[in-house]
Design a protein around this ligand. Structure first.
Ligand code: HEC
Ligand code: HEC
Length: 293
């Protein structure tokens, strides 16, 4: 073994190793490092004794402090459910007008409703409920089935052409495909329908053609859409005189509706959402409508 010697410049011992005349100083590890390491090791040992730590065959060492994060989470969840229960009970038991008049409850409706709507409804109706092609605008378009809260809640509960036994049925007949109207009559009534919401088009169209269209409409369409084409809540047929279209306002979309029919599906939510959630979503949709007008 090489023998160390004292280095003349630093006064330190060397290790005795030498490479090409370069000697290695035997500098000791700084004390502070020993101190920090000792503290860390002591802390770790004490910590493992205080807290749940070492795994065993039948469980694990639970620690002297008795900390149990599972129980803590369960407690928080239970507390949250209790907090929620106080307002879900009120949503279920109080009538619509009373809830709408309570700012604190309406804040909950807006927050929780936004999440519920995002999770369940936005895929079809859009995140802000303003609709997508094939899916109606819930915030502005006149309702097809009525805007009474009970009616909206019922629509959400049973759906439209949905899977519930009580579902609402809404069927736009296929006048062309099922040969109920000649192609020419379809074109005429489509022009008439387009003109209902487009004054410019109405002014530019031959009045005789519009009159023929009106007759075709009265004979074939008014039973569902109403004499004035403003929709009937009994049949769920939409208003055809406004700016809101489920399938599009262009001639091709309207002609397709009349030629091939339509039967949009709104799922039945009973069983998938609780009555409290359905009522909350009804309030949420009504609130969006009130603020959009
Ligand atoms: C799979 C797509 C889809 C989903 C998801 C969906 N809807 Fe609908 N919803 C529709 C369609 C399509 C209609 C229109 C049916 C028709 O044209 O007859 C509709 C109609 C409605 C109506 C009736 C509007 C009126 O004018 O009377 C309401 C209210 C409604 N939806 C609310 C909701 C709510 C609330 C949710 C979430 C719980 C939801 N919808 C989820 C497709 C959907
Ligand atoms: C049996 C009832 C019924 C009759 C008759 C009927 N409709 Fe409809 N119509 C509906 C329903 C219900 C809808 C909505 C269908 C849906 O959303 O899936 C609809 C939708 C439409 C649409 C699409 C509206 C949109 O917002 O995109 C047009 C256009 C239309 N009807 C025109 C007509 C015309 C024109 C006639 C007569 C030739 C007619 N309808 C006859 C029930 C009817």
């Amino acid at each position: 073994m090489a023998v160390g010697e004292r280095d003349k410049i630093s006064g330190q011992m060397t290790t005795g190793h030498e490479w090409n005349g370069i000697k290695e100083l035997n500098t000791p590890v700084p004390k502070i490092l020993y101190i920090v390491l000792t503290i860390a090791v002591c802390f770790a040992v004490i910590w493992t004794i205080l807290n749940p730590s070492w795994p065993g065959i039948n469980g694990y060492f639970r620690g002297l402090l008795g900390v149990d994060q599972k129980a803590e989470v369960a407690e928080v969840v239970q507390q949250a459910q209790m907090d929620r229960a106080t307002w879900t009970d009120r949503i279920v038991s109080e009538d619509y007008a009373a809830i709408q008049a309570d700012p604190a409850l309406m804040t909950i409706v807006r927050e929780t409703g936004n999440t519920l709507f995002g999770d369940n409804c936005a895929a079809c109706h859009g995140t802000s409920a303003t609709g997508n092609p094939g899916f109606p605008n819930l915030t502005q378009a006149p309702t097809m089935w009525g805007d009474d809260p009970e009616i909206i809640a019922e629509t959400i509960r049973v759906g439209i052409n949905g899977s519930s036994d009580d579902t609402r049925y809404a069927q736009m007949l296929a006048f062309g495909r099922d040969q109920m109207l000649e192609s020419e009559d379809i074109n005429t009534v489509v022009t008439y329908v387009q003109a209902l919401s487009q004054p410019d088009l109405a002014a530019a169209t031959d009045p005789e053609l519009l009159a023929t269209g009106a007759t075709i409409f009265a004979e074939n369409c008014a039973a569902c859409h109403g004499e004035t084409a403003k929709g009937l809540t009994d049949t769920g047929a939409p208003n055809l005189t406004d700016a809101f279209w489920i399938y599009g306002s262009d001639r091709a979309a309207i002609r397709h509706s009349v030629f091939a029919g339509r039967a949009g599906v709104m799922p039945s939510w009973e069983g998938r959402l609780t009555p409290a959630d359905i009522k909350l979503l009804t309030l949420y949709v009504l609130d969006l409508r009130a603020n959009a007008q």
